[in-house]
Design a protein around this ligand. Structure first.
Ligand code: GAR
Length: 197
């Protein structure tokens, strides 16, 4: 049967293990209105490929030359256009997003960060570095932030935050595990809200 209902096609950008990417893909499995169309990674050796291949998600590698200040971003834009992508979701993506991509997808490109921004954001603050800094500062609370991507790293408006405890005997790994749980519980739902807009 023909349908006029518009489908939102999502591109996930990831650099690492891809647990958030997988949480999002599994959330939308079988959803007729929202589809993860592709995953783009900047590192050939990242674990995310295996997770995506398991779900049949097409994977693309775009090397580091594209992800530099001053890059035209044309390769990314061409791919997004040809795939009809309406929403770009960064899930542990650790490279610079070209300005042209940020501008073209203004309000339609989001990121997740493993701290309560504006705390512990910016250059060098990713993954375990964030958790190490939180523990070194003896914080008793940390959490996650989902925010729009703008030209300024980790400074886009905040869409969603939720906090968790930092326990006295936490290590970077135990805190990361708690943060990952929060991310997997909330990011797919927030992505869904964005995709429905
Ligand atoms: C996540 O905790 C995400 O918040 C963080 O990287 C991890 C990726 O894990 N992102 C950043 O630090 C961005 N500055 P995953 O590959 O298992 O989803």
């Amino acid at each position: 049967m023909e349908t006029t209902e518009k489908k939102c096609r999502i591109a996930i950008l990831a650099s690492g293990a891809g647990s958030n990417a997988e949480a999002i893909v599994s959330h939308f499995a079988g959803n007729p209105a929202i589809e993860v169309a592709l995953m783009v990674c900047n590192r050939k050796e990242a674990g995310v490929y295996e997770r995506m291949q398991k779900w049949g998600i097409p994977c693309h590698t775009i090397g580091k030359a594209e992800w530099q200040p001053g890059s035209s971003g044309q390769q990314v834009l061409d791919l997004m256009r040809s795939e009809g992508v309406g929403l770009i979701v960064l899930a542990g993506f650790l490279a610079y997003i070209p300005e042209s991509v940020v501008k073209t997808y203004e309000g339609r490109i989001i990121n997740i960060h493993p701290s309560l921004l504006p705390k512990y954001g910016g250059k060098g603050m990713w993954g375990h570095h964030v958790h190490e800094a939180v523990l070194a500062a003896h914080e008793t609370i940390s959490g996650i932030t989902i925010h729009y991507v703008t030209e300024n790293l980790d400074e886009g408006s905040i869409i969603f935050q939720v906090q968790c405890e930092v326990l006295p005997d936490d290590t970077p790994d135990s805190l990361a595990a708690r943060i990952h749980q929060l991310e997997h519980a909330h990011y797919p739902r927030v992505v869904e809200q964005m995709a429905m807009k």
